[in-house]
Design a protein around this ligand. Structure first.
Ligand code: N2P
Length: 369
């Protein structure tokens, strides 16, 4: 090839490369995900890597507070994060999340329209948040150990008495009592127990909830948002304030271990707080294109169903229901009945003032001061 021709070709190639739209340019084959612990199936990442050739790095957190602090500090390096919907709203307001390019997520058509409308109240137009899984914050019990520890006392009609009424929880201390290690998980049910709004904007309501928490502090034997699953399963806890799916995971682990522990997730007759955990892309994500591929992969009906089948949280995907194991689709502690759902409380965003008050009240509770 003459020199003239070869320089002509490389000049043409260069022009073509420069003219390529940004999205079509090769992104490094990496995807950095930050998700809750115990929240994915064994083959979810493997299959995605196989299909796309993208290498997934997967880190874990177990509270919205931790995720929020990281996002607010910036430069996390994450491409996918999974805030609960009400925290997602704070992050949208703070400019921390990127608007999705829905043309890259055709599987969004599979999502349950009712749930989309609910999330749309926090994320108008569903522009940033796509529900990963949902469940509710509740109590898990070891049925036989709780009965034994209560002696002759009958189970209370209001399940929340078990944890918030010293009359009950003082008896359960002997078989182990845990609560989630996060202000925003324990304060909403504590507020509701004293007939205040779960997402109150009033600082004095939080002080009142703090006083309630002080009365039960001597009986809490563990603060945990992930390790409690195994402790419930193996019988070293008999009462946990935790998340519905986690409690069902503990139930399954006890069944698999044939250790005789009968773990049950309660559906309180009063109310409980729903949680919708959502996939979102940080504004400064290094691999946004791969992140869109991930969201489209997860929202494929078989994939979304496989998450529910493994971790016992409901998925938001209408087309996935037929791939969910029958006994799970019929389990009312996973897919709440419409009647139960109506009684539950939908999370609302917090102001930064409220977050500060929650942290103060919670720290006092945890340290027992
Ligand atoms: C998964 C817990 C996720 C639910 N183990 C908390 N939003």
């Amino acid at each position: 090839m003459s020199r003239g021709l070869s320089s002509l070709i490389s000049a043409a190639a260069l022009t073509a490369a420069v003219a390529l739209p940004a999205a079509a340019q090769q992104e490094e084959k990496v995807l950095n995900i930050y998700n809750w612990s115990d929240y994915i199936a064994e083959d979810t990442i493997k299959n995605f890597e196989k299909e796309t050739g993208i290498k997934v790095r997967y880190d874990l957190f177990d509270s919205n507070e931790v995720l929020h602090a990281k996002l607010a500090a910036g430069k996390t390096g994450y491409d996918i994060v999974v805030p609960s919907s009400n925290w997602g709203r704070l992050q949208i307001d703070g400019g921390l999340l990127r608007e999705l390019d829905k043309s890259k997520i055709p599987n969004l058509a599979n999502m349950d329209p009712q749930l989309q409308a609910l999330i749309g109240k926090l994320d108008p137009g569903n522009k940033h948040l796509v529900v990963w899984l949902w469940g509710f914050t509740t109590l898990g019990i070891n049925v036989d150990k709780v009965k034994a520890a209560l002696g002759g006392m009958p189970m209370p009609d209001n399940a929340w008495d078990l944890i918030f009424d010293p009359k009950y929880v003082s008896k359960l201390k002997s078989c182990g009592v845990s609560v989630l290690d996060s202000p925003s998980e324990i304060l909403p049910p504590a507020l509701q127990y004293i007939n205040k709004p779960a997402f109150s904007k009033n600082a004095s309501d939080y002080q009142d909830a703090g006083r309630l928490l002080q009365t039960i502090r001597p009986y809490i034997t563990l603060f945990s948002s992930s390790g409690y699953i195994n402790d419930l399963a193996n019988g070293s806890l008999c009462l946990s304030l935790g998340w519905s799916g986690d409690i069902n995971i503990a139930r399954q682990r006890a069944i698999d271990a044939k250790n005789g522990n009968n773990i049950v997730a309660l559906v309180p007759k009063t109310t409980a707080t729903l949680m919708f955990d959502t996939m979102a892309i940080p504004t400064d994500a290094p691999h946004p294109n791969n992140a869109h591929l991930w969201i489209n992969y997860i929202t494929r009906p078989e994939v979304h169903a496989s998450l529910t089948n493994k971790v016992f949280y409901a998925n938001p995907n209408a087309a996935a229901l037929k791939f969910v194991k029958k006994e799970l689709a019929e389990n009312k502690t996973i897919y709440l009945t419409d009647e139960d759902k109506k009684r539950m409380t939908v999370p609302e965003p917090y102001s930064s003032d409220t977050r500060r008050v929650m942290t103060r009240v919670y720290t006092k509770f945890k340290t027992g001061l």
